[in-house]
Design a protein. Structure first.
Length: 280
């Protein structure tokens, strides 16, 4: 599978972009979650070959991308970043997939730029999930309690094992590689701006929090919402309500998956996403 890595200057940030697949393939952007990274989508990128040019970047404050000194980790910033990256690459329209926080940004982007999004996939995200679900409370608790650093890699490994006991050992090791870095004194710390991201999520400016229900109702493109059957984040009733409010939106549930569907049930998820995209 072809792969290309580059850095793109957007909105005062330098965002690290990874592309998989042929440059003339059908463009598909993928947006990761709150503590994610572009590489999390390598598996589905492989599954979608050779038809798609899959583009994923470390969102601001994560991975190899810049941290925002102003701690602007709000939805509007992520939406503007996607518009900037697409413009820099000369991509007028594309398919779009987003997971969790990335799913929220994807919904808002598609609502604001209906001419740019051909098909939209939302992985385990929705309006009520962001603030009112058990999963949202869990994420807030994790952000409050996450250690800033670890004395050694084994301590980090044990932390991730306790945090995500259902994740496979291989997936956990991948997280260690992409989420952590040596701190220069023998320990390990996060690659992402944990303090800045936590501050925005735990004590947000209400004026900068997007009301998602009007965005869902405004979606003009075919939209697939994928819920994990064991998810504590997106509830089945919320997915039903989303479909009821917009005839362009449908939803499915994947059994045996939690919030991280592309990790928990990759083959089923990849088939569902590929099937939906290829309807066009």
């Amino acid at each position: 599978m072809q792969r290309r890595d580059t850095d793109i200057a957007v909105n005062g940030m330098t965002l690290h972009l990874t592309e998989w697949g042929p440059q003339d393939g059908r463009p598909l952007f993928m947006l990761h979650g709150i503590r994610g990274y572009a590489e999390t989508f390598a598996g589905i990128a492989q599954a979608l070959q050779p038809d798609f040019r899959v583009l994923a970047y470390d969102q601001r404050g994560r991975g190899a991308s810049s941290w925002d000194p102003g701690r602007n980790y709000y939805t509007d910033a992520y939406v503007d970043d996607l518009a900037g990256v697409a413009d820099a690459l000369g991509l007028e329209s594309f398919d779009l997939l987003g997971h969790s926080m990335g799913g929220i940004a994807a919904i808002v982007f598609a609502a604001r730029y209906p001419q740019r999004v051909r098909r939209l996939i939302v992985e385990d995200a929705g309006p009520a999930a962001f603030e009112g679900s058990a999963g949202a409370a869990r994420i807030q608790r994790e952000l409050r309690e996450t250690p800033a650093s670890f004395p050694d890699i084994d301590a980090a490994r044990e932390y991730l094992r306790a945090l995500r006991p259902s994740v496979t050992e291989a997936a956990r090791e991948e997280r260690l590689r992409h989420m952590l870095k040596e701190d220069g004194s023998g320990g390990w710390t996060w690659r992402h701006d944990h303090a800045g991201i936590a501050a925005t999520r735990l004590d947000p400016d209400p004026a900068r929090v997007v009301d998602l229900w009007p965005q869902v109702q405004a979606l003009a493109c075919p939209t697939l919402v994928v819920r994990g059957g064991r998810s504590d984040y997106l509830q089945a009733q919320t997915a039903c309500d989303m479909a009821a409010r917009n005839p362009n939106l449908e939803w499915i549930e994947i059994a045996g998956a939690g919030h991280y569907i592309h990790d928990d049930q990759p083959e089923v998820f990849n088939q569902a996403v590929g099937g939906f995209l290829r309807r066009a």
